[in-house]
Design a protein around this ligand. Structure first.
Ligand SMILES: O=P(O)(O)OC[C@H]1O[C@H](O)[C@H](O)[C@@H](O)[C@@H]1O
Length: 550
């Protein structure tokens, strides 16, 4: 709720930003840097192990002060405190939003409906650790007595992207003698490719689903069970040794045939896209071990505390959130690129897509009224150097405003052979060169001075003035990964708070699910379909005909 119920774009703070934007006009980053020799070091923040440079943003001290005023006027700090207190700030679902409790230290007290949830959180973490240790030690054996060597996580959305992303990110910390696979797509090819070279006797399936009703996951889990039992030539009794569940829904887990003794629980106050530090992280915990998992949780917690307590001027998630609002509202930026300069972060942006776009892809405010301001951006990107040889052209010389985050590390991962670790400086030289080129560009005069033919000067000119944030850390450790994810979680929170939207529901995914359920019997059995629109009816008829069913 904004102050006194005033709509966001009716606030005087919003108008002040609009006026300031006009005054800023097309001021170039070259001018901003020339005017302030301290800018390169002054516009930086240190949070835990993260070094953040925001000097290459189209902002001045005044911009930042006006943005903070907007945060004050929209009650960001109050909503943040309500979240940490366990209030039901997810109003459309009547739920608390407490992923921060998942990484609270043992002695912390966080209450939901008067009950301290921290002991339960740690009880589950301890059970997970016990299980992970048994698998890692080869003590958890399958139906035939063979130790488990293959771990297949079956889940989708928040029950897949988090563990899959973190497994990649922390690959150098994982047990290389165990095989980890992640299956999400209901396309049977996903499960097929994941298990085709595995021995069922050595394979553990982790069925991850908050609701345990998600059709893709239940379908894949059912097929995995069929594959297992057929491969083992065994009956239902083999399931207990090869299937565990991660869920909030014990009844559905039991219905599926998994003993609830093999279930690791979490709670409805954990959103799916905020859940990989809950039981949903079990596959990751098996991969990196409980100690490393706890280090990751500590990293999350460090940034939680920063977000909760740092003053607005030095509050990194607040700053990043406000910068995004600035570009969306006053530069008409439609998208936001996240460009990690680490091969291990290959799934990082895909993970952030759900975190950000499912949270803030909303067009009505908390009161159900249509918003008439920009909300969440399209988040996109892939590891940086690859992008340089593909789509960076558009960022450098296209017509769109694309704020971008550049994420890099001083050290290559520890187990890289020396010869390959030597490539790291080249990787990072690209990292620094790109934000420099994006910010400062190359003027026509500079191009001419190189003796370029006049007709080619416009083509070889770089306008520059493209805003970027640089996030640099020493190394991609479990703790640093936790810090990075918490930074983005809270950035998304800040934006939702200012935009006055519910960042914690996802009603927009429901309609497609309902329609798919209706269309499936039309495809398979030709039943129903009278209600289909003419386009869809035509497509369904074509599909049936191609499959020889009409
Ligand atoms: O974990 P589950 O209940 O299976 O949900 C898996 C995913 O599907 C849903 O449709 C939501 O859009 C996601 O937020 C969720 O993470």
């Amino acid at each position: 709720m904004t102050n006194a119920g005033t709509r966001l774009n009716q606030l005087p703070e919003w108008a002040a930003l609009g006026k300031h934007r006009e005054q800023l006009g097309d001021t170039h980053l070259r001018e901003l840097f020339a005017a302030d020799p301290e800018r390169g070091t002054g516009y930086t923040l240190r949070v835990g192990d993260l070094y953040l440079d925001y000097s290459k943003h189209l902002v001045t001290d005044e911009t930042l002060a006006l943005l903070r005023d907007l945060a004050t006027a929209t009650g960001v700090a109050g909503l943040r405190d309500a979240m940490f207190r366990g209030e039901k700030i997810n109003t459309t679902e009547g739920r608390a939003v407490l992923h921060t409790a998942l990484r609270a230290p043992r002695e912390a007290v966080v209450e939901v409906d008067g009950v301290n949830v921290v002991p339960e959180v740690h009880a589950v973490l301890d059970r997970m650790a016990g299980f992970a240790d048994r698998v890692r030690a080869g003590e958890w054996t399958g139906h035939t007595g063979k130790p488990i060597k293959n771990i297949v996580n079956i889940g989708i959305g928040g029950s897949d992207l988090g563990p899959a992303m973190a497994f990649e990110a922390l690959r150098s910390y994982t047990r290389r003698d165990l095989v980890f696979r992640f299956v999400s797509n209901v396309d049977g090819a996903d499960l097929h490719e994941a298990v085709r070279d595995l021995d069922p006797a050595e394979t553990l399936f982790i069925v991850a689903s908050k609701t345990f009703t998600t059709i893709e996951t239940i379908t894949n889990a059912t097929s995995a069970r069929d594959w297992l039992l057929a491969g083992l030539g065994a009956g239902q009794e083999a399931v207990a040794k090869h299937f565990v569940a991660l869920s909030t829904n014990a009844a559905k887990v039991e219905d599926f045939g998994i003993d609830t003794a093999n279930m690791f629980e979490f709670w409805d106050w954990v959103g799916g896209r905020y859940s990989y530090d809950s039981a949903i992280g079990l596959s990751l915990m098996i991969a990196i071990g409980p100690d490393r998992f706890r280090e990751m949780l500590d990293g999350f917690h460090l940034v939680d505390e920063h977000f909760r307590t740092a003053p607005p001027e030095a509050n990194a998630p607040l700053l990043l959130g406000l910068l995004g609002i600035w570009y969306g509202a006053f530069f008409d930026a439609q998208s936001h690129a996240v460009l990690p300069y680490s091969h291990y972060l290959s799934k990082f942006t895909a993970y952030l897509q759900q975190l950000d776009m499912e949270s803030n892809g909303k067009s009505v405010d908390r009161d159900g009224k249509p918003v008439d301001w920009q909300t969440g951006p399209v988040v996109w990107g892939t590891p940086g150097t690859n992008g340089q040889h593909a789509y960076y052209q558009l960022i450098h010389q296209g017509t769109k405003v694309i704020p971008a985050d550049f994420i890099g590390f001083a050290e290559p991962v520890a187990d890289l052979p020396a010869g390959l670790a030597a490539q790291h400086d080249l990787l990072m030289a690209n990292f620094f060169a790109q934000t420099q080129a994006l910010a400062f560009g190359k003027t026509p005069e500079e191009v001419r001075a190189e003796g370029v033919a006049e007709e080619l000067v416009p083509h070889k000119t770089f306008q520059g003035n493209h805003p970027t944030t640089t996030i640099l850390a020493d190394a991609l450790t479990p703790s640093v990964l936790g810090q990075l994810i918490a930074l983005y979680e809270h950035k998304v929170f800040v934006q939702g708070a200012v935009w006055n939207i519910d960042s914690f529901d996802q009603w927009g995914v429901e309609l497609g699910k309902v329609l798919a359920k209706r269309i499936e019997p039309v495809l398979t059995r030709g039943e129903g379909g009278a209600e289909l629109d003419p386009s869809t009816a035509g497509l369904v008829a074509a599909y049936r005909s191609l499959r020889g069913r009409s």
